[in-house]
Design a protein around this ligand. Structure first.
Ligand SMILES: [Zn+2]
Ligand SMILES: [Zn+2]
Length: 265
C-alpha cells in the first residue's frame, strides 16, 4: 500500500491537497498559485508530470487560484460538476478548454487508479462538493468548506479511513472578533463554515477504528488557533468517554506550508 497524502496549503488563503499512489497522484483544489504548487511538490520530490488530474470543490478563489495556470502551462485536466464549471468559467477565465472534464455528483469516475465520487455539501458557492477517493480498499474523504454536515454528505465522511475536515473557527473568537455582523452571520450559517465545536462533535459521533487519520483543515487566521482546535476536540472526546486507539492520528493542517507526508496503511 503506497497511498500517501499531503496538504500543500489549507485555509482561507488557499487550499491544495495532494494524494499519491506511489507512482501517480492527483490534486484536490488548486487554491494557491501554480508557482507555489510546483515549488511545494518539488520540495516533496513529486514531479509535476505525475499529477494526473485536479478535483475542484467550488469556485471560491481560495480553491481555484492556480487552476488556470496549471491547465494552461502543465496541461493537467481538471474535474468538477457542470454547475461548478459554470461558476468557474467566467468570461475572463482562460482555463484551457481541452483540460475541462465534467463529472456528476454521486457518479463514480477514475483517475490514475483512484476511484472517485463527488458529493454535495452545504456552502455558499454554486453546488459545492466534497470528494471521496478510494484506492485498494482505503477511503480518503475531503470536505473542507461546509456550513453543516447534511444527510447527503455524512455517509461519505463516515466511511473515511483518512478524513480531511474543516474546523474553521472558534465560536468565542468569532463572536468577539473584528468581523462585521454580516460576515460573522455568513460564516456561522448553515452554508458557511464548520466551527471547532461542530467539527469535534461530529467527529465524536462518527469516530471508529477504521478512521485512522483525521486532518483538521481550513482554520481561520483571525478566528481560530491550532491550540483551540485541539482543545475543543480533546475536550469533546473526553466528555463523551472516547479515547483514541494507538493507531489513530490527529493532525492540524498548516495554512501556508505543506504538512508532513502521511502514509495510509
Ligand atoms: Zn475555502
Ligand atoms: Zn468556500
Amino acid at each position: 500500500m503506497n497511498l500517501n497524502f499531503c496538504s500543500l496549503s489549507s485555509g482561507s488563503s488557499g487550499n491544495c491537497y495532494y494524494l499519491g499512489n506511489g507512482s501517480q497522484g492527483i490534486l484536490i483544489d488548486a487554491g494557491i498559485s501554480a508557482t507555489s504548487i510546483r515549488k511545494f511538490l518539488r520540495g516533496l520530490g513529486i514531479p509535476m508530470e505525475t499529477i494526473m488530474g485536479i478535483l475542484v470543490t467550488h469556485n471560491h478563489s481560495d480553491h481555484i487560484k492556480g487552476l488556470e495556470v496549471l491547465t494552461r502551462r502543465n496541461g493537467i485536466p481538471a474535474f468538477t460538476t457542470a454547475a461548478i464549471w459554470k461558476s468557474v468559467l467566467t468570461p475572463r477565465s482562460r482555463i484551457t478548454s481541452d483540460c475541462i472534464r465534467e463529472i456528476t455528483a454521486g457518479t463514480g469516475f477514475s483517475i490514475a487508479g483512484f476511484e472517485i465520487e463527488a458529493f454535495p455539501v452545504c456552502h455558499d458557492a454554486p453546488e459545492t462538493v466534497g470528494y471521496r477517493i478510494s484506492h485498494e480498499g482505503r477511503n480518503i474523504t475531503i470536505a473542507t468548506d461546509l456550513g453543516h454536515i447534511c444527510e447527503t454528505s455524512a455517509p461519505y465522511i463516515r466511511s473515511a479511513n483518512l478524513l480531511v475536515i474543516e474546523s474553521n473557527y472558534d465560536e468565542e473568537m468569532l463572536a468577539g472578533g473584528p468581523y462585521p455582523y454580516f460576515l460573522k452571520s455568513r460564516i456561522k450559517s448553515d452554508h458557511g463554515h464548520l466551527s471547532n465545536h461542530q467539527a469535534s462533535s461530529f467527529l465524536a459521533d462518527i469516530i471508529n477504528d477504521n478512521l485512522r487519520v483525521i486532518c483538521l483543515a481550513h482554520l481561520s487566521i483571525n478566528n481560530n488557533t491550532p491550540d483551540k482546535v485541539l482543545q475543543t476536540l480533546h475536550r469533546t472526546l473526553s466528555e463523551r468517554g472516547i479515547s483514541l486507539n494507538g493507531n489513530q492520528k490527529i493532525t492540524i493542517l498548516n495554512r501556508n506550508s505543506p504538512s508532513e507526508m502521511i502514509w495510509l496503511e
